[in-house]
Design a binder for this molecule. Sequence first.
Ligand code: SF4
Length: 355
Amino acid sequence: MGRASFCEKMAEIDYDIDLDAVEDVVRSRGARRIVLQLPEGMLQYSLVIAKCLEERLDGVEVFIHADQTFGACDLHFGELDITLKPDIIVHVGHSPYPPELAHKNLEPQGSRILYVGAYSKLGVNRKQVLEAARLLREEYDVSRIGITTTAQHVHKVGEIEEILKAGGFKVAVHSGRSPYFRHAQVIGCDYSLARAVKADGYIFFGGGVFHPLGLYLATLKPVVKVDPYSGSVEDLTSSGEKIYRSRLFAVSKAIGARRWGIIVGIKTGQYRPWLVRKLVNAIAEAGGEYALIASEVTTLQQLVALDNQWYDAFTITSCPRLPTDDFWSYEKPVLTPGEALMAIEGRLEPYRFPW
Ligand code: SF4
């Protein structure tokens, strides 16, 4: 394979990634060692990107980080900082994680972390967008549609908005919050900007169900997904409703719990001391007890091993999607922080997700 061939192969990748920006930053800082992080679904492109960077930046060493990076919350900064000691972590595909959701140390670390957008080359299907909008109007009487998406598709939002407006629909799109959220962007643990717009239902443009189901839990409003990967339109409202009902059941089981396990996340952007304090204070005020449990990735096996029958319920402060996605089979309630606060206060409404 010729020396320039990896950079030529960048054109074949399904995403536009701004390596010019990476090159500029690496050169201006005189960086010699880079760690390259990508979402799991993009690891298949890691070799081409790493080798292209090495072609562009003579003498620079690139380590491909193969561990999962679930989001911008998941930089593995601590381990990297005492082992590889990279000059720059190039984190592709996510925008920076808001420090106010985690801890203030995220800000200074930012100077050694370069967030690089990865923009999907998939197009917008006009018919599918209009089908989703009609579904929202006819099934749920939605008069104003909120548009939401993930970082990979934010560049398509303007086009979706135009299609909807030309089709006679009223649209609401949040304008983002630089540098953490582009317009219409949501992350799995923060839907506050989408929730703040005046919409009666949402179109989610993107793949998977992780974000649209989270959007349902955060808003309790109809959500229809337009998936550019599968080329499908899917109404996720009833699936969201089922999960919501199950979450209420879990909260009801935890009402009256006296002894809580508070799981404290220790991934770079999942440590939330403000939230731990809030839970500790609420439990203490209610006359309960708690144990603090530090954990990077909390699994069902971990809980089984930890649980010596002292605990009545657990709450996970790291990634709020763990309780809603992974702990259904556990006999004791495992709640998001918002749900735990509901249980501690002894109420089932209003539902709060995630905290
Ligand atoms: S949902 Fe979980 S993995 Fe995603 S950004 Fe939030 S804390 Fe990180």
